[in-house]
Design a protein around this ligand. Structure first.
Ligand SMILES: O=C(O)C(=O)C[C@H](O)C(=O)CO
Ligand SMILES: [Zn+2]
Length: 278
């Protein structure tokens, strides 16, 4: 059964306890060896899926109870970023090797997607985001070197980081999915600060390459009504359109961001002044 997350109003989170906040927004287990996990947010109908093939290959299910589709990509598109060891994704018989931090976009209409690992003991860990799509774009792979690099922040502000854009207006084409990752430089811990919102798009963050004994304090909520969630390696968090999405780690880390909604303009953000945050 897919984990279904309903929509939320900014007023709601003022009343939530820590555990209720976590139940609504945190996806605590994305990667399970030998299994597929799936969470379905009604915010722009974004799905967060983790696939960890070990001995056997894994075919992506249709998640029929929520999609009511004949096959998963009947009305959807998806992006995959591998956060584990080398793996293979086979799309209607066409094989794509995916190494760590490589990305594959699969367009609407593709019927069968099969995931496998190069080695069962060091499996691929395929992080997948999917949202509704109105037309087919070509299935396209991007290596880490293909991604568009944007350098942000500074060592002095502890937020020196590089954004790698894979599925975006100037890169792999999609209907509404925008996806990439951000790597924090050693010694830098703050992502997306000063924070922003974008009422045009929801966003999901998936934190990884974070040492197992370290955490990221992820901040969400309206800019003047923030809350936090303590997050561990390989956990994801849903950010409604009205919410900031930023974090400070006890170490540096990497995270995958993905968005869907009204537009695909990466720079369409409403920035908030640091001193206005509450
Ligand atoms: O570190 C950052 O800043 C980000 O990675 C920002 C995200 O990409 C984002 O929130 C895009 O809307
Ligand atoms: Zn954002």
């Amino acid at each position: 059964m897919t984990d279904l997350r309903f929509g939320s109003h900014p007023e709601d989170i003022k009343q939530l306890t820590t555990s209720a906040l976590r139940d609504r927004f945190l996806i605590s287990e994305v990667m399970k060896p030998g299994q597929v996990t799936a969470s379905y947010s009604v915010h722009d109908r974004m799905m967060v899926i983790g696939v960890v093939p070990t001995i056997k290959a894994i075919t992506l299910p249709t998640f029929e109870e929520l999609t009511k589709a004949n096959f998963f990509l009947e009305r959807r598109e998806l992006g995959i970023i591998n956060v584990g060891a080398k793996g293979t994704v086979t799309v209607d018989g066409e094989r794509f090797e995916l190494d760590n931090k490589e990305c594959l976009y699969v367009g609407r209409g593709k019927k069968e997607i099969v995931f496998s690992s190069g080695s069962p003991s060091t499996p691929a860990e395929l992080y997948v985001n999917s949202c509704p799509a109105h037309r087919e774009y070509p299935t396209t792979k991007a290596t880490f070197a293909d991604a568009n690099e944007v350098k942000l922040g500074s060592k002095e502000n502890c937020n020196e980081r590089t954004i790698y854009q894979y599925i975006h207006d100037g890169g792999i084409q999609s209907c509404q999915l925008v996806m990439g990752l951000t790597i924090l430089a050693p010694g830098s811990i703050w992502n997306t600060f000063p924070p922003h919102t974008h009422n045009r798009r929801m966003e999901v963050y998936f934190y990884f390459d974070l040492p197992e004994d370290q955490i990221v304090m992820h901040f969400m909520g309206e800019p003047q009504e923030t809350r936090h969630l303590a997050m561990s390696n390989k956990q994801a968090v849903i950010s409604p359109e009205w919410s900031i999405h930023a974090g400070a780690g006890t170490s540096n880390y990497t995270f995958i961001w993905s968005m869907a909604g009204e537009n695909k303009a990466f720079t369409d953000m409403d920035g908030h002044q640091l001193k206005s945050i509450r």
